[in-house]
Design a protein around this ligand. Structure first.
Ligand code: HEC
Ligand code: HEC
Length: 289
């Protein structure tokens, strides 16, 4: 299902739940004459049943999606699933009270509020996440919210399983890239190999590669930057001329800056180098002894 339909359903779900609870609060806490009360009860029922209908629909979708998922779940997904499933017994008991155990009617409000609370948190967790990551849903990036699921051992395992399929792993481990660089690279690989490399894999791989290049340079941050610069120069600057022409030149920061801009212009591709890549290259080339 496309994400926007999903969000509309989730919003409708929350709105119906909130309206049903509010109507009950009005009925119990601020009673009016009989005719109005009857209408409020009817409206509460309609909202309630629509709420249940959307819930069941989304539950089926969730179960389908969960069954197809082969990796471990993120903490966020687990939380979402647990809350979604916890609503089942709450709803069942509420319906039982309404249908069979009328003497417990006074408990209904509590159940209604509990169900709404679960629905609210359940949607808040995911909607909040997507809202914060909504700039580009298909382009997977690492964010602070992923911290508790990132694991170097998992990342290594995934790389060895999935990244050696089309080229040697040496190709991967010879490169140094910034986080943005790895993010762009791994997303591109995931696209080439769709759908074998999941969002989860992409995150674990980026995380692992970023950590691993620290190991390759014995945790020397300055050296990592220099290696990233070297990798960029050897991949980006070798297509039109020999690298000797680049490494043979001695220039100041400003001169390199002008040269790199000029070269980016020659390439004719506005996306030839990002601003971050440019400054990494300039820093590397001007910092060589
Ligand atoms: C379906 C085949 C395929 C798989 C799987 C694959 N790659 Fe690649 N990779 C390629 C091809 C083709 C190229 C060369 C063309 C290009 O760079 O787009 C390449 C190039 C690269 C490069 C060099 C280019 C650059 O941007 O630095 C790196 C690094 C790389 N891959 C890393 C990875 C990683 C990491 C994985 C695992 C997530 C991976 N590859 C999985 C096909 C694949
Ligand atoms: C699209 C082709 C192209 C790419 C890509 C390219 N260059 Fe060049 N480069 C040229 C051409 C053409 C010349 C010769 C023109 C000149 O001397 O001004 C040149 C000359 C140079 C020179 C010698 C002239 C000078 O200004 O000192 C340096 C140094 C240089 N390039 C550095 C780089 C670096 C660094 C990169 C990667 C960021 C790069 N080039 C990428 C086309 C390219």
């Amino acid at each position: 299902m496309n994400p926007s339909l999903n969000s509309i359903l989730a919003l409708a779900f929350l709105f119906l739940g909130a309206a049903a609870v509010f109507l009950m609060l009005e009925l119990k806490g601020n009673p009016k004459d009989r005719v109005i009360n009857k209408r409020l009860i009817l409206a509460h029922r309609i909202f309630g049943y629509l709420f249940v209908a959307i819930y069941l629909f989304m539950l089926i979708l969730m179960i389908k999606k969960t069954a197809a998922f082969q990796e471990e779940f993120s903490a966020r997904a687990v939380f979402h699933i647990v809350l979604a499933i916890a609503i089942i017994p709450l709803l069942a008991i509420k319906l039982l009270i309404v249908r069979r155990h009328k003497r417990l009617t006074s408990e209904l409000l509590g159940f209604g509020i509990a169900i709404f609370l679960f629905a609210f948190v359940l949607n808040g967790v995911t909607a909040g996440y997507y809202f914060l990551n909504s700039s580009d849903l298909r382009y997977t990036t690492l964010s602070d919210y992923d911290e508790d699921m990132l694991d170097e051992a998992i990342g290594r395992e995934i790389i060895f399983k999935k990244c050696g399929k089309c080229h040697t792993l040496e190709k991967v481990f010879r490169q140094f890239k910034s986080r943005e660089g790895w993010t762009a690279n791994v997303n591109r690989m995931a696209l080439i190999d769709a759908p074998n490399i999941s969002d989860f894999d992409v995150k674990q791989i980026i995380y692992y590669l970023e950590k691993q290049q620290g190991v390759r340079t014995k945790s020397d941050a300055g050296k990592v930057d220099a290696e990233i610069g070297k990798t960029l120069v050897s991949t980006k600057c070798s297509s039109c001329h020999n690298l000797d022409q680049v490494f043979g030149a001695a220039k100041t920061v400003d001169e390199w800056s002008a040269t790199v801009d000029e070269m980016a212009g020659y390439s004719g591709d506005p996306k030839f180098l990002t601003d971050e890549e440019k400054s990494t290259i300039i820093e590397f080339l001007s910092g060589r002894k």
